[in-house]
Design a protein around this ligand. Structure first.
Ligand code: G1P
Length: 289
């Protein structure tokens, strides 16, 4: 029987150095795109895929992220008193059902694979999604929901993939591919951040995964890879052949908000598509470009 997908792990322990000084006293996942912090986009996408349990893998100095999902009692009372109904509605989206969000600490920045391993007790024996909140995926059905559909059909691992320019393979986990129907591609190998000359394809993993708990065994070995870090990609490579493994060319657009340009592009794309802001943003953009 294929277990239903109900859990998500969100690694949020990164230092956010690319956004200093903005991230000096604030987690980068709290940076807003229009009026929602990055972490909220990831949680909304997971909720839309039927995820009910969330685990944030945090680090020192990132407790704001946990406070964000708490009830803001004084603020809510003040808004209610003043009859600010629309502000109250905006706050509602940032709440999660009681007890559905937990946090674990990644005490040392040893890599993405190590961050996921820190959530092992939360994961238990269940399938789980991973969402890297640096990536916003918009313009289609929830990307995790699309991955969840594939997981339901195959019972195995599935990652969201994008074609990237050949000279950028060294920024991503790259697929070695088998059967490919144009949407779903069988994965026969995975390499973390290969140089363009060594890349087995130009299909790159973006920050969305659905994995079975089988990944915990290779992760527990904590072998280090590229950059001296415990790489999730290396652990995933070890379960190929043991668990069905596919890449999905998802519907939608990914914005890499871990990068300044990607972050700015997301601000523009997300604001021009908003009914309340789109027309005004288009018109003032003309002034500058
Ligand atoms: C991580 C993963 C990489 C993946 C990327 C997606 O890299 O290690 O395989 O392609 O996320 O954003 P990072 O961006 O943390 O260097």
């Amino acid at each position: 029987m294929i277990k239903p997908l109900r859990k998500a792990v969100l690694p949020v322990a990164g230092l956010g150095t690319r956004f200093l000084p903005a991230t000096k006293a604030m987690p980068k996942e709290m940076l807003p795109v229009v009026d929602k912090p990055l972490i909220q986009y990831a949680i909304d996408e997971a909720k839309a895929a039927g995820i009910e349990e969330f685990c944030l893998v945090t680090a020192r100095g990132k407790d704001n992220l946990i406070d964000y999902f708490d009830v803001a009692y004084e603020l809510e009372a003040t808004l209610r008193e003043r009859g600010k109904i629309s502000s109250m509605a905006a706050l509602e989206s940032s709440s999660v059902p009681a007890g559905s969000l937990v946090a674990v600490r990644q005490q040392n920045p040893l890599g993405l694979g190590h961050a996921i391993w820190c959530a092992r007790n939360f994961i238990g024996d269940d399938p789980f999604a991973i969402l890297l909140p640096d990536d916003i995926v918009s313009g289609g059905r929830s990307c995790v929901a699309q991955l969840a559909d594939v997981y339901q059909q195959t019972g195995g691992n599935v990652v969201a993939v994008d074609e990237v320019p050949a000279d950028r393979t060294d920024r991503y986990g790259i697929l070695k591919t088998g059967k490919d129907d144009g949407s779903l591609v069988e994965i026969t190998g995975l390499v973390e951040k290969p140089k363009p000359a060594d890349a087995p394809s130009n299909l790159a993993i973006i920050g969305r995964y659905v994995l079975t708990a089988d990944i915990l065994k290779p992760l527990s070995e904590q072998k280090t890879g590229v950059g001296g870090e415990v790489q999730l990609t290396d652990a995933m490579a070890e379960v190929i052949g043991k668990v069905p493994f596919h890449g999905l060319r998802y519907e939608g657009t990914r914005f890499d908000c871990g990068d300044k340009l990607g972050f700015l592009e997301a601000q523009i794309a997300m604001s021009v598509s908003r009914p309340d802001l789109g027309a005004a943003v288009r018109s003032f953009l003309k002034k500058y470009v």
